[in-house]
Ligand binder design. Structure first.
Ligand SMILES: [Zn+2]
Length: 121
């Protein structure tokens, strides 16, 4: 009887911060009132929440596409390990962030829509 999977519910949403948060990837402060990605779930039996700024969220999305990994794959970058993980692949995370920022305008409006839907109570 070992085929039972632990119940894992992972939620990835974009929230508006009601107070300052620190990004778990770049350690920059997400100012009050700005959007960030909130990931909560259960890892190894422990509930945890990770907060990621939108720059890092884009970087992670990019990495998932680039290296063909699922968002929560074991082989992918763990939360808080994105920079390290990318360096292993000879990617400069800071440089890549800048590139992705340059494309910000293209997907911004969609993000805002999603944001509004999800922050509505
Ligand atoms: Zn960040």
């Amino acid at each position: 009887m070992s085929c039972e999977l632990p119940q894992v519910s992972t939620e990835i949403i974009i929230k508006k911060s009601r107070k300052e948060h620190k990004c778990c990837e770049c350690y920059k402060v997400v100012p009050k009132g700005s959007s960030y990605q909130n990931i909560s779930g259960i890892w190894a039996g422990e509930g945890a929440t990770y907060k990621t700024c939108l720059d890092c969220m884009r970087l992670r999305n990019w990495a998932c596409i680039q290296f063909k990994i699922g968002y929560l794959d074991d082989t992918g970058p763990g939360f808080g390990n994105l920079n390290e993980w990318l360096r292993d692949w000879d990617v400069d995370p800071e440089h890549q962030r800048q590139i992705l920022k340059g494309e910000k305008e293209q997907c911004n409006s969609k993000e805002k829509e999603d944001d509004q839907k999800k922050t509505k109570k």
